[in-house]
Design a protein around this ligand. Structure first.
Ligand code: HAM
Length: 427
């Protein structure tokens, strides 16, 4: 037996309704917020991700990299933003001089230690708005993620925001943090030790107990924000209040990627037994990524949600309906000639927009009946010798248990009448 690749998973037919539910919600909300879908490749040239200012573990340690047959360096995308920006620049979408509001749904790849809510191939729903820096836009993006969560029915979820400030604020803060952490260097975890030089902000995000104790008294980023960055944050907060978004400021929130500046935010599940991977989604503003990739200097902001984590959250909150086979009718027949007669009826009903199934295995009557019941057919259509000889059908409503003998041409009309009485919501 060949097993699935470590860190991947199968979605079996009895689970797919959960994904369809989520995907439908995504289509609804992106329509409401006026975002258009954009699709970019899963593989990109490695240099797109290995930029000179990107020190994150996600890129440095967790990417799937390989050489193609022509010796090109290729990476399976670990996230969606860089590919969207690459395409934005390559296709000169900036020349339209309009704000580009796009969304994407697709597979991402990170070589992480798999656990509940963390996979090596996973799905993200993300959005990016490219072409402006504006506090209203930033608040609107946070409002979007908050409304998305509510639209799914999730309640025990918190939004945290922080400002990383502009480049100058961040450089000042990084230095202050390094100065503070240096004396504790020997007590820091190995990961944090390694980050001290290149990526000290990430230490704030450490889950190591000793690190957490040390970080507790670290300088606060808010004290290092420039006047403009502070003003920008308070404007965003004003709009968040108008939008009635509930949020908390978390000055230790830094995010896992290095391209952010100014506002960053995360959506966290506060659900019992959810597991360690409780960040459902996150995002923020990024300025330098576009110019780093040789595009024009312009602002952009976005977020991404991990779709598996959303599904785990929906499951934990019992928000999925039971898997149900949605079969309207099942055509049962016995005998060679009867089967041909039955197939005509099956085809007629299938063309009338009903969901119909029949026996494709040559089963006996008892097993056909079992099959129909297993598939929760609302109606059984039974064809035996009597029906064939008299050009009729036997129709059974499995809910009321009533049975009718009908002329062949009346069957659709009768099913619709019965549906109206017993399954009004279906019509
Ligand atoms: P990220 O925080 O790296 O941000 O990922 C976003 C979400 O993807 C996470 O909150 C999590 O739910 C999910 N996720 C990440 N890694 C895994 C994994 N191994 N298994 C399952 N789910 C995972 C970004 O990717 C940014 N591109 C977001 C963004 C868009 N920022 C601006 N625009």
């Amino acid at each position: 037996m060949i097993n699935k690749v470590k860190g991947t998973y199968d979605i079996l037919p009895n689970e797919i309704h959960k994904w369809h539910f989520l995907e439908n919600k995504i289509r609804e909300i992106t329509k409401k917020y006026n975002y258009i879908e954009m699709r970019v490749p899963i593989m990109e040239y490695s240099e797109l991700f290995f930029r000179k200012n990107e020190f994150s573990d996600m890129v440095q340690k967790e990417t799937y990299n390989f050489k193609d047959k022509a010796d090109r360096n290729i990476t399976l995308r670990p996230e969606g933003t860089a590919g969207i920006i690459r395409s934005y620049i390559e296709n000169k979408l900036y020349s339209f001089n309009e704000l580009l509001k796009v969304y994407y749904v697709g597979q991402m790849f990170r070589y992480e230690r798999p656990q509940k809510g963390r996979y090596r191939q996973f799905m993200q729903f993300g959005v990016e708005v490219i072409g402006n820096k504006n506090a209203l836009l930033d608040a609107d993006i946070i409002k979007f993620s908050s409304e998305f969560i509510t639209s799914l029915g999730l309640k025990n979820v918190e939004i945290e925001i922080n400002s990383l400030g502009d480049l100058k604020s961040r450089e000042d803060y990084k230095q202050a943090l390094i100065n503070y952490l240096e004396p504790f260097k020997e007590n820091l975890s190995n990961d944090s030790k390694a980050r001290l030089k290149n990526n000290p902000l990430r230490i704030l995000d450490s889950k190591d107990e000793e690190d957490i104790k040390i970080i507790k008294n670290a300088p606060n980023i808010i004290d290092y924000l420039s006047f403009d960055s502070k003003k920008y944050l308070s404007k965003i907060e004003e709009y968040l209040k108008i939008f009635k978004v509930n949020y908390k400021i978390n000055n230790k929130l830094v995010r896992g990627l290095d391209y952010y500046s100014e506002i960053v935010f995360e959506v966290k599940a506060n659900i019992k037994n959810f597991g360690a991977q409780n960040v459902l989604g996150g995002g923020g503003r990024y300025e330098s990524l576009i110019s780093e990739l040789n595009g024009p200097k312009m602002g952009a902001i976005g977020f991404a949600f991990g779709m598996e984590r959303l599904i785990i959250a929906l499951e934990s909150e019992n928000l999925f309906e039971e898997f149900k086979n949605n079969l309207d009718a099942y055509v049962i027949s016995f005998g060679e000639e009867e089967k041909k007669y039955a197939v005509g009826i099956f085809e007629h009903l299938r063309n009338s927009s009903l969901i119909v199934d029949t026996d494709f295995k040559g089963q006996n009557f008892k097993n056909q009946l079992k099959d129909a019941i297993n598939k929760s057919a609302k109606f059984l259509i039974i064809i035996g010798k009597n029906e064939l000889d008299s050009n009729t059908v036997t129709l059974k409503n499995t809910k009321s248990q009533q049975q009718f003998t009908l002329k062949k041409q009346d069957i659709l009309k009768k099913i619709k009448e019965e549906m109206k009485v017993h399954y009004e919501d279906k019509l």
